[in-house]
Design a protein around this ligand. Structure first.
Ligand SMILES: [Mn+2]
Length: 393
């Protein structure tokens, strides 16, 4: 059996307010083409299909069109689960109808114990869940109370879930798992996340690869880079689109995996996905940024830019609309930073902000951003505002 493994589409995501939908559609076209070229038996989407539990209408319509192209126009089966970003119950809508057309989507833990059976493979679709979901599920199954209470973290919960799955393994078939968690290579290794809100996961939130040993192959979602994969049999496909500046600084292309149960997984399984509009990260002086010699070599007005201005003395540019000037030249500037100002801001926070009064905090903030102290008039305005707020309370 041959499957295309992708994850973390996050349809509807924005980058500092800029919609990534066009970029996501561009990546989708490539994914569909890869599926056709490889003649896969299905497309796996390992969670975080939407970016939010209640997605916007444009996101819903875009995803609806993508699913239609995959499943109705091109007749590829879909094997999907919900991730931590998806609203499990909303995404569950229409599930029974979709099932008729080989569109399998699991969003609730209880659905994970009925694998999809093909002639030679069992595909287990285990959506994201938390320890509380597992407690509720096992309580309903009649597990005794003490044992239910002993489910303290995701690792405890997963041990029970996997044991239940192993019990229904058909020994004559291959066993695939699709799920959405942080899985590290071993217990003492932390995983670095690139795109989630926390920069690192470890300890109670992390599972270890050895828990999944009985599966022939595990297709993961949750971590947005395939470089976090624990090994070649347990892999993250990563997101098909770069979602932030940190990712834009990486030099490798995004991609999907082609998983063939008839062969060993290896590096040749990767199919790259190229950006339509790339995100270019610049760290340059103001003078360089405005120099035609420099910017004529950049993909201005085509790609997006995240710009950090080096050695920038804001006090010398109080009458300059920095962002507007850069946008005139470069087009879309999704992120703008000042290297020196940032340093100053860090220094001032080390002054122990908790010991400053409200008025002093505003003064500190103003200083760190502009390099100037508040004038007497400005101070009076700040004082008046705080006074007014207190009266309002
Ligand atoms: Mn995600």
């Amino acid at each position: 059996m041959k499957l295309l493994h992708t994850a973390d589409w996050h349809i509807g995501r924005t980058l500092n307010g800029y919609s990534l939908l066009d970029e996501q559609k561009y990546a989708f076209k490539q994914i569909l083409k890869i599926a056709k070229d490889e003649k896969v038996d299905g497309i796996v989407i390992a969670g975080d299909i939407y970016d939010r539990a209640i997605p916007g209408t444009d996101a819903i319509m875009a995803l609806n069109e993508m699913f239609k192209e995959i499943n109705i126009d091109n007749k590829f089966p879909i094997y999907a689960i919900s991730g931590n970003h998806d609203g499990a119950k909303r995404l569950n809508y229409g599930r029974d109808w979709m099932e008729f057309n080989n569109f399998h989507i699991n969003t609730l833990l209880e659905e994970a114990f009925t694998p999809i059976e093909t002639p030679d493979t069992q595909i287990f679709l285990l959506p994201f869940f938390d320890p509380m979901d597992a407690r509720v599920y096992y309580q309903k199954q009649g597990m005794d109370e003490d044992k239910v209470k002993s489910i303290k973290n995701i690792s405890d919960a997963m041990a029970l879930v996997l044991a239940d799955m192993y019990r229904i393994f058909d020994p004559n078939k291959k066993h695939l798992l699709v799920t959405h968690f942080a899985v590290s290579a071993s217990a003492d290794k932390e995983i670095e996340l690139t795109s989630e809100t926390t920069s690192k996961v470890g300890g109670l939130e992390t599972l270890t690869a050895s828990q999944f040993d009985k599966f022939d192959y595990v297709m993961l979602g949750h971590i947005h880079t395939r470089l976090a994969s624990p090994n070649e049999r347990i892999r993250y496909s990563g997101s098909p689109v770069k979602f932030n500046v940190k990712e834009a600084k990486t030099t490798y292309n995004k991609g999907v995996y082609i998983v063939d149960t008839e062969k060993e997984a290896d590096k040749t399984d990767l199919r790259e996905i190229l950006p339509g509009t790339d995100l270019i990260v610049l760290n340059e002086t103001w003078e360089n940024l405005l120099d035609p010699e420099f910017y004529s070599k950049q993909p201005v007005r085509k790609d997006w830019f995240a710009i950090t201005i080096k050695d920038f003395d804001r006090t010398k540019h109080v009458h300059t609309n920095v962002r507007a000037q850069l946008q005139d030249i470069y087009g879309t500037v999704v992120e703008l930073d000042y290297e020196n100002i940032e340093k100053k801001a860090n220094e001032s926070t080390s002054k122990n902000i908790s010991q400053l009064s409200k008025e002093e905090t505003v003064d500190e903030f103003f200083q760190s951003i502009t390099g100037n102290q508040l004038s007497k008039d400005q101070k009076t305005i700040v004082d008046d505002i705080f006074l007014e707020l207190e009266r309002g309370e």
